[in-house]
Design a protein around this ligand. Structure first.
Ligand SMILES: *[C@@H]1O[C@H](CO)[C@@H](O)[C@H](O)[C@H]1NC(C)=O
Ligand SMILES: *[C@@H]1O[C@H](CO)[C@@H](O)[C@H](O)[C@H]1NC(C)=O
Ligand SMILES: *[C@@H]1O[C@H](CO)[C@@H](O)[C@H](O)[C@H]1NC(C)=O
Ligand SMILES: *[C@@H]1O[C@H](CO)[C@@H](O)[C@H](O)[C@H]1NC(C)=O
Ligand SMILES: *[C@@H]1O[C@H](CO)[C@@H](O)[C@H](O)[C@H]1NC(C)=O
Length: 353
C-alpha cells in the first residue's frame, strides 16, 4: 500500500513536471541573473498606484504604448544624475512615475531577432530633463558595477509574451530625443553585451542604435533587421562564409591613479571617429498609430511634474539644433559620462590586451 501510494505520487509529480512549461532556453548573457534593484517591485506590474515622487527603477519595454524611460528624479542634467535616474512609464506600472501625456511626440518601436529598440522625440522637460541638456547614456554597468542608475532594471515581453529581465540594455536621452535598446538574444557572433555595447557614450542614438529617426508626429511599430553591434564594421567573408569585422572604440585620454597613488596617463580608442554606422537596418510590417496617450489627468489629480523650474533655468544651448543623444558631442556636459567611459574603457583595454 505504501509502495503503491508512493508510486502514484511519483507518477503525479512526473506528470506535473511535464505539464509545467519548460523555461525557454536563452543563450548565456541574455537574461539577468542578479536580484532586482532595491527600489523596484519584485516583478513588472501594471496598474500600480501613481506616485510622481517614486524612486522605482524598473523599466518595461513592451509596446509603443507600454514602455518606460529613465530620467532624473528632480530637474537636472542627465550627466549629473546618471546614478539616480528613476523610471517614468507611459502607463501606471512598476510603482514608477507616469510620463505625462504630451511629453512624447513620436515613437518608433522596433522588434528584431536580437533586441527591442525604441526611438522617440518629445519634450522631456516634462520628465525633469532641462531644456538644452544634450543628455547622456545609461546602462546596467556604471562606475559602481550596479548600473546607471544604480539598481536600474529592464524587462520586455516581446519575445514570448512573458516578462523577461534582460541583462544588457542601453538608453540615450536628451531634452528632446531618446533611444533605448534591450538585448533579448545572442549567438556565437553577437553576444548580448556586444549588441548592447555601452562604451560609445558620446556617439549618439543614430550611430549606436541605427534606425529610422522620424520627425516628431510619427508613431510606428515595426519589425526590423538586426543591426551590426555598435561600432562593428564588416570587413570580408572568408571561404567558410564567416564574416570578419573591424571595431571602433571611442577615443579618450585620461589619468589613472593606481593603488600606489601614482598617476599614469593613458590613451584608449581610435584616433579616427567614424561618421556613420556600418548600415541602417530596414524596417518592415510597420503599423502606425496617430499618437499614444494614457489619459491620466495628472494635473487634475493634483500632481504636477518638475518641469517648471527646469525650463525656467534653461540654458537653451544647442549646436546646430542637434542634441547629443542624436549626434557626436565633443565637449561640455559629458564630464560624468566620460568618467564612466574611462573606468569601463580601462576594463575593456585590460580584457582585450
Ligand atoms: C537588476 O540590475 C542589476 C544591476 O544592473 C543587475 O545586477 C541585476 O541582475 C538585475 N536584476 C534583474 C532581476 O533584472
Ligand atoms: C512615493 O514614493 C516615495 C519614494 O519612494 C515614497 O517616499 C512615498 O511614500 C511614495 N508615496 C506614496 C503615496 O506611495
Ligand atoms: C546642462 O547641460 C547643458 C548642455 O548639455 C549645459 O549647457 C548646461 O550648462 C548644463 N547645466 C548644468 C546645471 O550643468
Ligand atoms: C548570428 O546572427 C546574425 C544575425 O542574424 C547572423 O548574421 C550570424 O551569422 C549569426 N552567427 C552565427 C554563428 O550563427
Ligand atoms: C516644453 O514644455 C515646457 C513646459 O514643460 C514648455 O515651457 C516649453 O515651451 C516646451 N518646449 C517646446 C519646444 O515645446
Amino acid at each position: 500500500m505504501a509502495t503503491a501510494l508512493f508510486s502514484l505520487l511519483w507518477v503525479l509529480s512526473t506528470v506535473h513536471a511535464q505539464a509545467a512549461a519548460p523555461a525557454p532556453a536563452f543563450p548565456p548573457g541574455v537574461l539577468a541573473t542578479g536580484t532586482m534593484g532595491v527600489t523596484n517591485p519584485p516583478a513588472p506590474t501594471l496598474g500600480t498606484t501613481i506616485n510622481q515622487t517614486s524612486v522605482a527603477r524598473l523599466l518595461s519595454l513592451n509596446s509603443i504604448e507600454d514602455f518606460c524611460l529613465f530620467a532624473p528624479p528632480v530637474p537636472a542634467n542627465i550627466s549629473d544624475t546618471e546614478t539616480e535616474e528613476v523610471a517614468w512609464c507611459t502607463k501606471a506600472r512598476n510603482n514608477a512615475r507616469v510620463i505625462p501625456d504630451g511629453a512624447i511626440t513620436g515613437v518608433s518601436f522596433l522588434k528584431t531577432a536580437f533586441y527591442v529598440q525604441i526611438m522617440g522625440t518629445g519634450n522631456f522637460t516634462f520628465i525633469n530633463i532641462p531644456q538644452g541638456d544634450w543628455g547622456g547614456e545609461l546602462d546596467p554597468h556604471g562606475q559602481f558595477g550596479t548600473g546607471n542608475p544604480v539598481g536600474g532594471n529592464v524587462t520586455t515581453n516581446i519575445v514570448d509574451g512573458s516578462d523577461l529581465n534582460v541583462a544588457e540594455w542601453m538608453q540615450y536621452i536628451s531634452y528632446d530625443e531618446f533611444c533605448i535598446r534591450a538585448c533579448t538574444n545572442a549567438n556565437a557572433t553577437y553576444s548580448a553585451a556586444f549588441m548592447c555595447w555601452h562604451e560609445l557614450d558620446v556617439m549618439g542614438c543614430e550611430f549606436v542604435m541605427p534606425g529610422t529617426y522620424n520627425a516628431p508626429g510619427t508613431f510606428e511599430t515595426c519589425d526590423a533587421d538586426v543591426a551590426y553591434p555598435p561600432g562593428w564594421y564588416p570587413e570580408g567573408v572568408d571561404a567558410a562564409g564567416s564574416t570578419s569585422f573591424s571595431t571602433f572604440a571611442q577615443y579618450f585620454t585620461g589619468v589613472y591613479t593606481g593603488g600606489d597613488g601614482q598617476e599614469t596617463g593613458y590613451t584608449v580608442g581610435d584616433l579616427v571617429t567614424p561618421t556613420a554606422p556600418a548600415s541602417i537596418p530596414s524596417s518592415s510590417n510597420c503599423v502606425t498609430t496617430s499618437t499614444i496617450s494614457n489619459g491620466i489627468a495628472l494635473v487634475s489629480l493634483g500632481i504636477t511634474t518638475g518641469s517648471a523650474s527646469a525650463t525656467a533655468t534653461a540654458s537653451g544651448t544647442r549646436s546646430s539644433g542637434i542634441s547629443a543623444a542624436r549626434h557626436n558631442a565633443s565637449g561640455g556636459g559629458y564630464a560624468a559620462i566620460a568618467l564612466v567611459g574611462i573606468v569601463s574603457g580601462i576594463a575593456a583595454v585590460m580584457a582585450l590586451h
